[in-house]
Design a protein around this ligand. Structure first.
Ligand SMILES: O=P(O)(O)OC[C@H]1O[C@H](O)[C@H](O)[C@@H](O)[C@@H]1O
Length: 323
């Protein structure tokens, strides 16, 4: 579906689909709203190409956005799903998490087709190309196409296609993450399944191995799990809700919760908000992706929120991960 761009400030325009709305706002804050069945919706901000809201059937917000988040560019918004590209974290010489989260993306009017998925209710295609300044810090020409789609059952998927458009014959390499902030009721009641026994890089980028048990949270966690299986489950016991994260083309998963000390040090994050968020970030960190001119990479994530079959610790992880 080609998308038309809005015409005037504050203008709300329906696209050709009744499920996609373009909302123009001043200060580079244009948004796209995807609507699904009942109260399901997804909001995307063109600044950063960032999903800033994902609501379920009952209109409940599933992503965390800090109450202290800075909505004004040029800083990335604390919450939702920032895109980390062409660098994850400090794994390179660029600014933390790369520049894609701090750039204005545009509607992609004519994206190359993706396989038709009949379960998709609404979607939008956006694109990022480097600015002159970006080329000074990262001298590579690229087209980064991102499709954000809301499924009929309220699931959210993001498909990234990154193409090397260098005309000088040079390849480039990058690291990447969908820096997904999930909203959770109480971090001490949450566990993550699917990363048991995995190797991970700790904060010092040293390689360690996770224990055999599901991951629970009692202090700061900042780990890059390596070569992980395609599904990870985040089980929120209190809410009786499980987020299922399914990924393709993204071998690693970053798990982050800043806990109390780091929370206090972040100016755009409330002191106690660490209790209500968890970042589980499908990523490609350990082994950078290399593209030759003309080559394209695809990395996809699908998120769904399902009621936990949890009952006093009886959740069957096999049901969640493979059922
Ligand atoms: O504050 P930011 O630049 O948005 O980064 C927030 C966090 O992102 C990732 O999860 C990293 O693993 C953390 O080390 C980092 O603190």
């Amino acid at each position: 579906m080609a998308a038309s761009t809005p015409q005037s400030p504050h203008h709300q325009q329906q696209s050709s689909s009744p499920f996609v709305e373009y909302i123009r706002a001043p200060g580079g804050l244009d948004k796209v709203l995807l609507r699904g069945g009942r109260s399901c919706s997804v909001e995307i901000r063109l600044f950063g190409g960032q999903v800033t809201s994902w609501k379920n059937d009952h209109g409940e917000e599933l992503l965390f956005v800090s109450s202290k988040a800075n909505f004004r560019p040029p800083k990335a918004l604390r919450g939702g799903i920032p895109i980390c590209f062409p660098q994850f974290g400090s794994h390179g010489n660029l600014e933390q998490h790369g520049f894609a989260r701090n750039r204005l993306w545009t509607i992609d009017d004519n994206p190359p087709p993706l396989p038709v998925n009949p379960a998709i209710k609404a979607f939008v295609d956006i694109i990022l190309k480097p600015t002159e300044d970006d080329l000074k810090t990262w001298p590579h020409s690229f087209e980064f196409r991102l499709r954000i789609a809301l499924g009929a059952l309220g699931d959210l998927s993001l498909t990234s296609r990154i193409r090397n458009t260098n005309t000088d014959g040079r390849p480039f390499s990058y690291t990447f993450a969908y820096h997904t902030y999930f909203s959770v009721s109480d971090i001490s009641e949450v566990r993550v399944e699917g990363l048991e026994t995995m190797d991970y890089l700790d904060l010092k980028k040293e390689r360690c191995t996770e224990q055999g048990d599901a991951i629970v949270f009692e202090s700061e966690v900042d780990k890059v799990y390596l070569s992980t299986p395609p599904k990870v489950a985040i089980i929120d016991h209190e809410k009786k809700r499980t987020f299922v994260v399914t990924k393709e083309g993204l071998p690693d998963v970053v798990v982050w919760n800043p806990w109390d000390k780091k929370a206090k040090a972040m100016q755009d994050f409330g002191d106690s908000e660490y209790k209500h968020m968890l970042c589980v970030e499908p990523a490609a960190v350990e082994k950078p992706i290399t593209l030759k001119p003309g080559e394209e990479w695809k990395g996809r994530v699908a998120l769904s929120a399902v009621p936990s079959s949890y009952c006093s610790g009886q959740l069957d992880p096999l049901m969640v991960l493979h059922g």
